[in-house]
Design a protein around this ligand. Structure first.
Ligand SMILES: *[C@@H]1O[C@H](CO)[C@@H](O)[C@H](O)[C@H]1NC(C)=O
Ligand SMILES: *[C@@H]1O[C@H](CO)[C@@H](O)[C@H](O)[C@H]1NC(C)=O
Ligand SMILES: *[C@@H]1O[C@H](CO)[C@@H](O)[C@H](O)[C@H]1NC(C)=O
Ligand SMILES: *[C@@H]1O[C@H](CO)[C@@H](O)[C@H](O)[C@H]1NC(C)=O
Ligand SMILES: *[C@@H]1O[C@H](CO)[C@@H](O)[C@H](O)[C@H]1NC(C)=O
Length: 951
């Protein structure tokens, strides 16, 4: 073969190769470059050169990589700068791997990144300043690495940052705040979590760090080297729920406005050098856990607030200079579990009374001045009086003179009505007594609300929540086992976790990286009893068996080496192809947005769909109506962006959903959504007023509904009392709204996220169903289901839907059944691990009046008035939550039944009574807004003041 022919053949090969690789886009090249820096990548990365062809842990949209989730894959190596090229990346989770080296500054090029999760790796070196360029970031977890240096002030630029976890590193320097043009963390007014514990941060906590615009829930600065006084600006952050400043070198007085933080559940100020008076905690009515131990407060009498904190489970004031006699009333606090007042000068007689908390486990008064104990013989809690005068008298004996026992209670998940089978080496018997290889690790809870570790019920609740959450995320989980709860030296509660696979005896990679992500990303949220956590996963042995395929040879390189003289020609040809492709790409982009642009501009030209009464707003207009999208107008935040209240020139109030850049959809999809929404008009549906598709923004403008969500009213937060009649009206209104969507909308619409948070109440308390953002049109009306990615909200979701992914109207009926149960009980669908459907079914006894449900019903529903028709209502709700769709009624059937109940009660269901208007005072709304659809943090656990179950 002559040289020319060889050259031609090679050219053809090169061109073919080029065509193939550009079709996959350059992302593939860069991911392969990243892969070259890693060992132990998933075996199926060798099967096909295109990462978008199903590589484990990689997700793509239009052959661009949007998500890399590789938790617990056993990766080693470093993260190279190539990551910066994956500019469509939204989620990066490399948690629980043995990656090392520094974090590349190129990370800042990922403008669309929303979740950055590098928990429990071995990264070191400084945090790059470019982290501040991650403008779409919501979630940053860099905890449990070995990062050094300062916290980059630039992080203050990440406007929508919600979660900032830098804990458990070796960070030094002071906490950066803004000044002049320098950014700082005080600017993070949308952040809910500052987790900086277990570092070496020093200097004073800046006064400027806190301001009244902040919305922080958790402030965790424990175990650093912070000094100086606690700034009194802390008292301005009213949203705080957990404050941990313990294990630092803080000095001076605790600011007197600390008791302005009335939402705080857990407060740790222990192990500092605080002086002055013991702080006044009066009014902290939800405070569960208070630790002020080991400070040098002025000697003071037992504070009067001791007996007045109604939610207290734990009071620790070891070594705080307390003087005087303990009030008996302290022990009457109903949920009190643990009192540690050792090393003080408490004197007089100890009297724990006869009606002390039945949860009381331990009263430690070691090394005080107590001379007598009233209940010397009858008490059933551990009282420790060693090193008190009473125990020094000769002849006094009694258990209370022994030092504390250090063997705390334990817990281990027990088999679930089965007998554990002996398992072969390395396998473990699951709670369902199947031998399998569990995924294991430790859960660390940084501020649990309790101190007694022996209450099995709370762990059972946690287990159930976890299994539910994994299953909702479609992870192949059979069961979860928890064990060995203990407090570590940092006062974190550590619990060992084992997750067992369903079906097979071993998880595959998708299973593990999914569970890892669920825990690194806090997708699983425990209830407030446990509060915030982090997880450190162990390596999982996948034992893939199949030998690794040969590393695919890089044809490009080989051919390149051979080609020699053909190069120039080849390059010219390639350049030509590239130019053509670029042009096509530009044209394609233009074409995608153009129909919409035209439609926008020409308002109703022939080719363009009819928009009934829906107005196109310009960016400038909406900006004007919302005061330049000012903070004051911001009434909600969610994964997709913000919600603003606005006022149109005609005086109409509107709620404007503004997508952040990262969460906008394609122009065509947005257009489709608008078309659909604009066709929907019904008095029980929130209507779309207009939209904005301008300057790269996507916004939906809805009518504003003044009385907030049904959830707010049921929880008592809105101040509107809902009696039986009002609840029936709400049920009927919402049912009619859904009936319209299912039957009368063309094409029919399935809501997909029916819940009490999505049912709003107008000024006349008429129910309006909101948030069609997740709705899915059935399209061709002959189809009865669509197969979709499962979306929805935990607790409301149709089990049939999440098993089969087949969405039908009956999925909405299921969710509506849960709403009906919530309407009579005012309980969250899943509360403390209990599922409302199961609760009602188990409690009910049809032979009794009100089916014997009195204990489950919301007392504010009004028992004095007869609850006529309640039984029928419960029957209906339970039909709606039948296991399979075909056993459930249609929304039209539901409407008929509720109408019949209203007639029975003596109301004409079709007449809106005037007395129905809301005449109650409504309290200001909570942080949650009806239009908020906080997908990333999908269910509510984060900030509800649930108290411990007194049982
Ligand atoms: C709080 O926000 C308002 C409105 O954006 C602003 O005017 C004010 O200066 C902010 N206050 C602080 C302390 O940052
Ligand atoms: C505490 O809160 C109350 C009510 O919000 C407010 O009036 C008072 O000024 C606050 N006190 C301090 C010291 O911030
Ligand atoms: C008390 O707190 C100081 C820090 O202020 C610490 O150094 C010391 O170890 C603590 N003592 C105990 C017993 O924890
Ligand atoms: C503590 O604060 C409460 C309310 O803020 C007040 O009534 C009480 O007098 C204070 N107690 C002391 C000892 O300062
Ligand atoms: C109380 O603090 C002392 C030191 O001040 C420490 O030695 C002791 O272990 C602490 N006791 C308890 C029960 O925490």
């Amino acid at each position: 073969m002559g040289a020319t022919t060889t050259c031609q053949v090679l050219l053809i090969l090169i061109i073919l190769h080029f065509l193939v690789s550009t079709a996959q886009n350059n992302d593939a090249t860069y991911l392969r470059a990243l892969k070259d820096g890693w060992q132990n990548t998933p075996p199926n990365w060798e099967d096909n050169p295109d990462p978008c062809s199903g590589w484990d842990g990689i997700r793509c949209t239009d052959s661009r990589i949007t998500s890399i989730t590789l938790a617990s894959m056993g990766l080693t190596g470093t993260l190279s700068g190539d990551i910066g090229q994956l500019t469509e990346l939204q989620i990066l989770d490399l948690s629980y791997n043995r990656l090392s080296g520094s974090l590349t500054p190129r990370i800042g090029d990922l403008k669309k990144l929303t979740n950055l999760l590098l928990v429990g790796c071995g990264f070191s070196g400084p945090l790059p300043d470019t982290l501040g360029d991650l403008e779409s970031l919501i979630f940053m977890s860099l905890n449990s690495n070995s990062f050094t240096g300062q916290i980059p002030p630039s992080i203050g630029n990440i406007k929508n940052l919600y979660w900032l976890d830098l804990a458990d590193n070796r960070l030094t320097g002071s906490i950066p705040v803004s000044s002049g043009t320098t950014p700082g963390l005080d600017m993070l007014i949308n952040a809910k979590h500052f987790h900086f514990g277990r570092n070496m941060l020093s200097g004073a906590i800046p006064e400027r760090l806190f301001n009244s615009n902040m919305t922080l829930f958790h402030l965790l600065f424990e175990n650093n080297q912070l000094s100086g006084t606690i700034p009194d600006t802390l008292g301005l952050v009213k949203s705080l729920e957990v404050v941990r400043l313990d294990r630092n070198f803080l000095t001076g007085n605790v600011p007197s406005n600390i008791n302005n933080l009335t939402g705080v559940f857990e407060m740790f100020l222990s192990n500092n050098q605080l002086t002055g008076l013991v702080p006044n905690m009066t009014g902290l009515d939800v405070l569960n856990y208070l630790d002020l131990s080991n400070n040098t407060f002025d000697p003071s009498d037992i504070p009067s607030w001791f007996s007045t904190l109604p939610a207290l489970t734990t009071l620790k004031m070891n070594n705080t200079n307390l003087v005087g006699q303990l009030p008996t009333a302290l022990f009457n606090i109903p949920q009190l579990q643990n009192v540690d007042l050792s090393n003080n000068r408490i004197n007089g007689t100890l009297d724990i009374g006869s009606s002390y908390s039945n949860q009381l486990q331990q009263v430690n008064l070691q090394n005080n001045q107590i001379a007598d104990f009233t209940q010397r013989r009858q008490y059933n809690t551990e009282v420790i009086l060693v090193e008190n005068p009473i125990c020094m008298e000769s002849g006094t004996s009694g258990g209370f003179c022994s030092p504390p026992t250090n063997t705390g209670p334990s817990y281990l998940t027990q088999p679930n009505n089965c007998v554990r089978t002996p398992c072969s080496r390395d396998q473990v018997s699951s709670p369902n007594c199947r031998c399998a290889y569990p995924y294991t690790g430790d859960l660390f809870f940084r501020a649990p609300s309790f101190s007694y570790l022996g209450n099995a019920a709370i762990y059972e609740a946690l287990r159930n929540e976890m299994v539910d959450s994994f299953r909702m995320s479609q992870l192949p989980v059979d069961s979860v086992s928890l064990g060995n709860p203990s407090r570590n030296l940092d006062d974190y509660l550590v619990i060992n976790l084992q997750v067992f696979p369903s079906g097979d005896e071993r998880f595959n990679r998708t299973g593990i990286l999914g569970i890892g992500f669920s825990l690194s990303n806090q997708t699983f949220k425990p209830n407030d009893t446990f509060g915030t956590y982090f997880f450190i996963g162990e390596n999982y042995d996948f034992l893939t068996g199949a030998s690794r395929g040969q590393k695919s040879s890089n044809t490009g390189v080989i051919i390149g080496a051979v080609v020699g003289g053909c190069v120039l020609v080849a390059l010219l040809i390639l350049a030509g192809i590239y130019a053509t492709r670029q042009k096509e790409r530009v044209e394609r982009t233009a074409h995608e947005s153009s129909p919409f642009a035209l439609w926008d501009a020409n308002n109703g030209s022939g080719a363009v769909p009819q928009l009934k009464g829906t107005k196109a707003f310009s960016f400038e207009e909406l900006s004007k109506y919302t005061n330049n999208f000012s903070e004051l107008n911001n009434i909600g935040t969610g994964g997709y962006g913000m919600v603003y209240k606005g006022c149109l020139p005609n005086g109409q109030l509107v709620a404007i959903k503004r997508a952040t850049r990262g969460s906008t959809q394609g122009g065509l999809e947005f257009k489709t959504e608008i078309e659909l929404l604009s066709r929907v008009h019904h008095k029980n549906l929130v209507s779309l007023v207009g939209f904005c598709f301008d300057q790269g923004e996507q916004m939906l403008v809805y009518e504003y509904i003044v009385n907030g969500t049904v959830k707010d009213s049921l929880s008592g937060r809105s101040g509107i009392r809902l009696d039986w009649i009002r609840r029936l009206r709400i049920a009927l209104g919402a049912a009619k709204g859904l009936q319209y969507l299912h039957v009368l909308a063309d094409p029919p619409i399935i809501h997909r996220d029916v819940k009490t948070n999505n049912i709003l109440l107008d000024e006349r308390l008429v129910a309006k169903v909101a948030d069609f953002g997740l709705s899915k049109s059935l399209g061709d009306s002959n189809r009865t289901h669509v197969t979709t990615q499962v979306k929805g909200t935990m607790g409301y979701m149709d089990p049939e839907y999440y098993m089969t992914q087949q969405l039908t109207e009956k999925s909405d009926v299921y969710s509506f059944g849960v709403v009906l149960l919530e309407l009579i009980t005012s309980r969250n669908p899943i509360e403390k691990g209990k599922y409302i459907v199961r609760e009602v079914k188990q409690t009910m006894d049809k032979s009794k009046e009100l089916y014997g449900l009195q204990d489950v019903l919301d007392p504010t529903i009004g028992f004095t008035t007869q609850l006529k028709g309640l039984e029928t209502f419960v029957d209906l709700a339970l039909q709606c939550v039948e296991e399979t769709g075909d056993q459930r009624p249609t929304m039209s059937d539901v409407v008929k039944v509720i109408e019949s109940i209203m007639e029975l009660v003596g109301f004409n269901p079709n007449v809106e009574s005037a007395s129905n208007s809301a005449s109650y005072n409504y309290a200001s709304k909570g942080s949650e807004h009806p239009y908020t659809n906080d997908n990333l943090f999908a269910y509510s656990g984060d900030h509800f003041p649930t108290k411990l179950d007194p049982k």
